[in-house]
Design a protein around this ligand. Structure first.
Ligand code: MG
Length: 203
């Protein structure tokens, strides 16, 4: 795997082994249909998945309202002052995201969708080769992301969920809870987890 830019120059919370797994799975999955990720932030995962999509002349829909998750807000643990728009008093990761996509030469592959999951999915009908869920970590946000997108994965396609912590002492439980939903749904075959990246293949 050769990435089009120094991935360490992109802010984000995705580990290298997780990114590589996303790339490898997207390489096959993007032959089945376009890919979609929820929670692009500054575009780290977009580079991995987008680079794979580009090889297959496919597309990555990169969905994020770019106003930050709960933990990115002013005064919260993962707040980054560089991504705060003081003029409107809101987080804004879109500028950093565009910069990443452009530096990675992925403008012909990555389609930014600046919206919430609930709104973007309202009339969505396109079957997806791969869905990567890495959005908000509240139960409500995670469940909305799962309900909005998991059903659009085509047979043979991939559902990936970030931040899977079976031990509550290690991290929030919302992503793990939707991982359990996917497992119990009967729709997916469980694949080996990579670090905190949960993976399924649609039956
Ligand atoms: Mg994450």
């Amino acid at each position: 795997m050769q990435l089009p830019l120094d991935i360490n120059s992109v802010k984000g919370f995705l580990a290298e082994d997780e990114g590589e797994a996303l790339y490898q799975y997207a390489l096959q999955a993007s032959t089945l249909g376009p890919c979609l990720e929820v929670g692009s932030y500054c575009g780290k995962s977009s580079v991995y998945i987008g680079a794979a999509c580009q090889q297959n002349d496919s597309v990555l829909y990169a969905l994020d309202h770019h106003r930050g998750s709960e933990e990115h807000q002013l005064g919260e643990e993962y707040h980054d002052p560089e991504l705060y728009d003081g003029g409107v008093g809101l987080m804004d990761s879109f500028k950093a995201f565009r910069d990443t996509v452009s530096r990675a030469k992925l403008d012909d592959t990555v389609v930014p969708v600046v919206s919430s999951s609930a709104v973007a999915s309202k009339h969505w009908v396109t079957p997806l080769g791969m869905v990567f869920i890495d959005g908000g970590h509240s139960e409500e946000a995670a469940h909305t992301d799962y309900r909005s997108w998991a059903g659009h994965v085509v047979s043979g396609g991939i559902l990936a969920i970030h931040d899977i912590f079976p031990n509550p002492a290690e991290g929030g439980q919302a992503p793990y809870n939707i991982w359990k939903l996917a497992k119990a749904s009967g729709l997916f075959e469980e694949l080996a987890t990579v670090n905190t990246l949960g993976l399924f293949r649609r039956r």
